[in-house]
Write a protein that binds this ligand. Structure first.
Ligand code: NI
Length: 253
């Protein structure tokens, strides 16, 4: 059975068949899913889904894209929502200098505030970083006491070492299966297996041979096959160890 540690079922691409897709997961070999929120509206949606399906858990927080929509009361709203029993992390939070949909200084301010909230609530964090490696590392190294995962990792081995030395985790999407992927496969083959997690980042990042289509958690085996090949293991072993890692990271029994 697989654990999808990062899937956006609140996305509008699932508006027509969300329940059908989610209800099919256990019979398709997916027994746990964490849905990270992107903004305050999506926080409410992921909480609804987590309330409805026993195998769906939620992370609450605001993505760097939507950081500009936060005000100082937003942190109080996130704090309240985080009290829900199905909330296992604060996320996804971070910095995105590729799209710059929110000004950089605002992204940094809201990222920092949400890391402080995670510290206050003693919850793990799910980090999004795109083309903002230096600033992101500068901020997260001030939060070494937290448990964190850097999601959809495509950075260098050197940065991965810094993340791993903090005791943090790294998760991989279908991007690791792409023909032009170089850094992610290198990190997969060198990193300690007990810090690796699987995710789809659905509806994005569909693995080869489904690249470009709408993604969902049922495609995890394609990612596991690539990782298994890089590590000289079976996909079944990858599924088992990443299940164990995910449960430990998110504190799910
Ligand atoms: Ni995501």
């Amino acid at each position: 059975m697989y654990f999808d540690t990062h899937a956006h079922y609140d996305d509008e691409q699932f508006d027509l068949d969300r329940d059908e897709v989610l209800a099919s997961m256990p019979e398709s070999g997916v027994s746990l899913i964490v849905c990270p929120a992107s903004n305050l509206k999506s926080c409410r949606m992921v909480l609804d889904m987590a309330g409805k399906y026993p195998y769906v858990y939620a992370a609450v927080g605001v993505h760097p894209h939507d950081a500009k929509e936060m005000d100082d009361s937003s942190i109080d709203l996130i704090r309240d929502m985080a009290k829900n029993k199905k909330v296992v992390a604060i996320g996804e939070i971070g910095l995105d200098y590729h799209y710059n949909l929110s000004p950089r200084d605002i992204q940094k301010k809201r990222f920092y505030q949400q890391l402080e909230l995670a510290r206050e609530l003693d919850l793990p964090v799910i980090i999004h970083e795109r083309e903002a490696c230096q600033d992101c590392m500068e901020i997260i190294t001030q939060f070494k006491d937290l448990k964190g995962v850097v999601h959809c990792y495509s950075g260098s081995w050197e940065t991965a070492v810094q993340i791993l030395n903090m005791g943090w985790y790294i998760s991989f999407t279908g991007a690791v299966t792409f023909k032009n992927a170089k850094k992610a496969p290198e990190v997969v083959s060198k990193m300690p297996l007990d810090r690796l997690m699987l995710e789809t980042d659905s509806p994005y990042m569909a693995p080869v041979p489904l690249r470009g289509r709408r993604n969902d958690s049922r495609n995890l085996p394609y990612i596991a096959e690539t990782i298994a090949r890089l590590r000289g293991m079976t996909p079944r072993e990858v599924a088992a160890i990443t299940m164990e890692n995910g449960k430990k990271f998110f504190g799910i029994k």
